[in-house]
Structures are given as C-alpha cells and as structure tokens.
Write a protein that binds this ligand. Sequence first.
Ligand SMILES: NC(=O)c1ccc[n+]([C@@H]2O[C@H](COP(=O)([O-])OP(=O)(O)OC[C@H]3O[C@@H](n4cnc5c(N)ncnc54)[C@H](OP(=O)(O)O)[C@@H]3O)[C@@H](O)[C@H]2O)c1
Length: 307
Amino acid sequence: MVSRYPEYLDPAKWRRNLALQIEGLDFRVWPDVGKNEDILLVLADFAPPGLFRSLRNLRCICKLGAGMDALFEDPDLPEIVPIVRLQDPTIASQVVEYIVLYVLSRHRHLEIYRRQQLERTWHPIPTRVTSEVIISLLGMGRIGAKAAEIFQRLGFAVKGWSRTAKKIAGVECLFGEGTLTDVIGDADYVICALPLTPETRGICDRRFFEAMKPGAWFINVGRGGHVNEVDLQTALESRQLAGATLDVFSTEPLPKNHPLWAHPKVTITPHVANFWLDGGIDEVAQLYRRLLAGCSPQNVVDKSLGY
Ligand SMILES: NC(=O)c1ccc[n+]([C@@H]2O[C@H](COP(=O)([O-])OP(=O)(O)OC[C@H]3O[C@@H](n4cnc5c(N)ncnc54)[C@H](OP(=O)(O)O)[C@@H]3O)[C@@H](O)[C@H]2O)c1
C-alpha cells in the first residue's frame, strides 16, 4: 500500500481485513516495499516518483479514492500496467451528502439564523421555492449524476454538464466545452465535481466566474487545480459571487497565510467531502484473487481520458 494520507487510510486495518480473505497475504506498506520484484498489486492514493516503474512484476495498480490525477501526475507511470478504480459507492454518496448539506444550508439561511440566535434577534427571511432555484453540476459522473437526481427530487431546477451526452429524467443535461456558459450563466449554485485532467485544469478562472450569474454561490468538491484561486477571490470581492464553499485547494493543507482562510464569504473544509476509503477492502480482495488466477482486472481506467 502506498499512501500519504494516514488520516484517511489505515494500513494496519487493510492488512488485517485483507488477511482474513487472502491466505498467506504478504502486505507491505511503502516505503518498506522489500524486494521490488515481489510486488504484484499496488494499492495507491498517489504515485511516489519512479516507484511503479521499478516494480518489474507489477500486474495492476488500484487507485484508492476517486480522483485519478494523483497517479497521472507521475511521468514514469508504466504504460502497460492497468489502473483499476474501485467501484465502492460510498465515496460518491459522502460527497453528495456534502453538496446537499451546503446547498440546503444556504438555501435555508442556516448561517444567518445561527448569528441571529447568538444576537437574540428575530428576522425571518423568505425562502425561495425550489423550482425557482437553479443548481448546475459540472461533472455528471458518480457524484454529479447522483447529486442531480437528489436535487431534482427536492424540486430544484437542475442542470448537468459532462464530456459526453447524458439523459437523466428532469435534469437539463448539456455536454461539451461549447455549452459551459449555458450551464453556469443562470445558476444560483454552481458545483464543480469534475475530475482533474488537462482539459479541466484551471477551468474555473476569471472568464468562468464572470459568466456566472451575479450573486451565485460556487462549491468545489473536485480538485483545487480546477480553480484559479486569485480569480475566485476577485470574483468574491467584486460581489460577482455571493460566496464559495471549498473542500479542495491548489495546495493542501491550505497554507496558514492563504487569504482564503479569512475571507468572510468563503467556507473552508479540509478535503473531507469524502472521508471513507475503507469500503474498498472486499473489492481489493476480489481483484487480488483475479490477478492470482491469471484473469484481467475489471474496472480499468481509460488512461487516454485521464479519469
Ligand atoms: N472532495 C472529495 O473528498 C472528493 C471525493 C471524491 C471525488 N472527488 C473529486 O471528484 C471528481 C469526480 O468524481 P466522480 O466519481 O463523480 O468522477 P466520474 O464518475 O469519473 O465522473 C466525472 C464526470 O466529469 C465529466 N468530465 C470529465 N472531463 C470533462 C470535460 N472535459 N468536460 C466536461 N465534463 C467532463 C465526465 O463526463 P462523461 O460522463 O461524459 O465521461 C463525468 O460526467 C474526482 O475525479 C475527484 O477529483 C473529490
């Protein structure tokens, strides 16, 4: 196992639970990988430079967590070794919980009422009917499509944006670069749930924020690399945006002196939209058994797409 996030992944737990399913398992934790030629399968949440290339008998890399970007950053990623993405639905469900939580909190003015309570003041604020509130989801994959369905069921007007065409009942689905402005132009909430690829890096920039409806709210659960943080601050200060909820940042942990920390219109969480990666243990055991049986892995990522 190769991990740089001890808060999210407990190697001892993985070793214990995998050993219950795989007799004689030899489970090693990077950087103590032992003899490089022994390694058949790597479970990784990132790519230590040059490591994968050095594993001569490596048959598969299994990405722990949703985003593939942390692996594709490695210029030495071996071409012929398949990369598997776990199918555990819990990761997406948790991120959807996060998105719904922050949209509904703002929609129902929770932060304002909390302040009112502390001040012992009583000022009811009208709640807009959901059908008049537009929510746009960028990325209609495991996270975006699920969030879109939930918002649609709550009665919101929902738009979704993806690379290829989608059909989801009650959701206006658009796809391709040319439609981005139509997706974000009239939305009250714009939620980035895209993977970080060469096409999507820096997508939320000055032009993007200027194309959003004045007073809209921006939520990023994708990756920090999607957002030009200086352009975001400019959009917040010019009142183009009412505010932003950010779970991911260009540098993590967010440096102590970063201006976003103190921004009154920004809510920051420390990359916790999903905090559950242990759900993949059974799937990994199955994958390992397939490899031992000489079968090809399932759920292999298309490296040319980068996600
Ligand atoms: N904050 C957290 O804790 C957390 C947790 C999990 C995931 N994430 C982030 O969320 C991302 C999305 O996760 P997911 O599981 O929903 O991914 P996914 O199932 O792979 O879906 C990705 C979606 O993005 C769309 N897309 C990709 N490139 C695009 C482009 N150039 N233009 C328009 N749409 C594009 C895809 O379009 P198609 O459907 O047409 O392919 C797909 O709908 C992950 O990659 C990761 O970075 C963050």
